[in-house]
Design a protein around this ligand. Structure first.
Ligand SMILES: [Zn+2]
Length: 285
C-alpha cells in the first residue's frame, strides 16, 4: 500500500443488501499506553501486545436501490494517512454524488471529517442523519462555553462544526431519536460513553442483522479480554465501559454480525463469549 492508494474495499451481504467496507486511513498511536481502567489515568499495564495503529473504517450499505453510508472517515482532519475514501470510491466506480443518506455513529472527526473537503460537502446529494443527543452536545449554541468544555472538547466542537455546518447550511441535516428508527431497516441504540450521544446503528434485511458499533471498541484483543478497559478517547470512561459490556453481551447473545470503525480492516465479525470474557471472530466469506 502506498500513501495515495486505499486498501481494496471489502464487500459482503446482509440479507439482500450489499455492504462495502472502506479503509479511510490509519490512526498511528501507541494504543497500549492509551488504555485506561475506568479513570483518566493510564493502566499500570501498558499492553505491549496492543497494536501500534488503528484502522479507520467506513461503511456503505446498498439496499432497495439506495446507497447509505455509515460514517465517512477522517477526510483531511488527521493528515496524510487518512482521507482515502474518495480514492476508494473512484477505484470502485462509486460516485459520492450517488450517496443518498449518511448516518453517523457519533461526530468525532475520524467519523465525520470525510463529509467535507476544503469546507464544502463531499456528498452533494446526501441527507445527513445524526442522533439528537450527539448533535446537541457538539453543535448546540454555546456548547463550547459549557462548564464541561475542556480545551480538548472545544477543539472537537470546532471540528464538528467544520464537518456538519456545510450540510446544515443546505438544510440536509435530519436528527433522529437516540433509540429510534432512522431509515427503513436502520435503527439506533444509545451506547453513550465514548461520546455523550454515541450510537450503535442496527441494520436488518431479510432476516439478517448487522450492528455498526462505532467506537464501542478500539483494537481486537485488550478490550475483548476485559471490556472494563477504556481508552483515552472516551469522553466518560466508566460509562464507555458499561456501554461496551452491554454491546458485547447483546452481540454475543443474539449472534449478529458487528462492524466496528477501529477493528483491523475490514472490522467485521462476530463477538463470541470465551469463558468469562469475549473474543472477536473476524468474518470470513
Ligand atoms: Zn473513532
Amino acid at each position: 500500500m502506498t500513501d495515495d492508494r486505499s486498501l481494496t474495499p471489502f464487500t459482503f451481504s446482509v440479507g439482500k443488501a450489499r455492504i462495502t467496507v472502506f479503509c479511510d486511513g490509519t490512526l498511528v498511536a501507541p494504543v497500549g499506553s492509551l488504555y485506561r481502567l475506568g479513570s483518566d489515568q493510564p493502566t499500570p499495564e501498558k499492553f505491549p501486545d496492543a497494536p501500534g495503529e488503528l484502522s479507520v473504517n467506513a461503511f456503505l450499505v446498498e439496499t432497495d436501490g439506495r446507497k447509505i453510508m455509515i460514517d465517512t472517515g477522517s477526510g483531511a482532519f488527521f493528515g496524510p494517512d487518512h482521507g482515502k475514501l474518495p480514492i476508494a470510491f473512484e477505484e470502485l466506480g462509486v460516485s459520492t454524488d450517488g450517496i443518498d443518506d449518511i448516518i453517523l455513529t457519533h461526530i468525532h472527526a475520524d467519523h465525520s471529517g470525510g463529509l467535507v473537503a476544503d469546507g464544502k460537502p463531499v456528498f452533494k446529494n446526501a441527507k445527513l442523519h445524526i442522533g439528537k443527543t450527539e448533535a446537541a452536545f457538539w453543535l448546540a449554541d454555546g456548547a463550547a462555553d459549557a462548564p464541561h468544555a475542556t480545551e480538548k472538547v472545544k477543539g472537537q466542537i470546532g471540528r464538528a462544526h467544520a464537518a456538519i455546518d456545510p450540510y446544515e447550511t443546505e438544510n440536509r441535516v435530519t436528527l433522529f431519536e437516540d433509540n429510534g428508527d432512522i431509515l427503513p431497516g436502520f435503527s439506533a441504540s444509545l451506547r453513550a460513553g465514548h461520546t455523550p450521544g454515541h450510537l450503535t446503528i442496527r441494520f436488518e434485511n431479510n432476516g439478517e442483522t448487522i450492528a455498526f458499533v462505532g467506537d464501542i471498541v478500539h483494537g481486537d484483543s485488550v478490550q475483548f479480554a476485559n471490556p472494563a478497559i477504556t481508552i483515552d478517547f472516551d469522553y466518560d470512561q466508566p460509562r464507555a465501559a458499561t456501554a461496551r459490556a452491554a454491546a458485547f453481551t447483546q452481540a454475543a447473545d443474539e449472534g449478529y454480525l458487528i462492524a466496528a470503525t477501529h477493528l483491523p480492516f475490514p472490522g467485521v465479525g462476530h463477538i463470541r463469549r470465551d469463558g468469562d470474557h469475549y473474543r472477536f471472530e473476524a468474518y470470513r466469506k
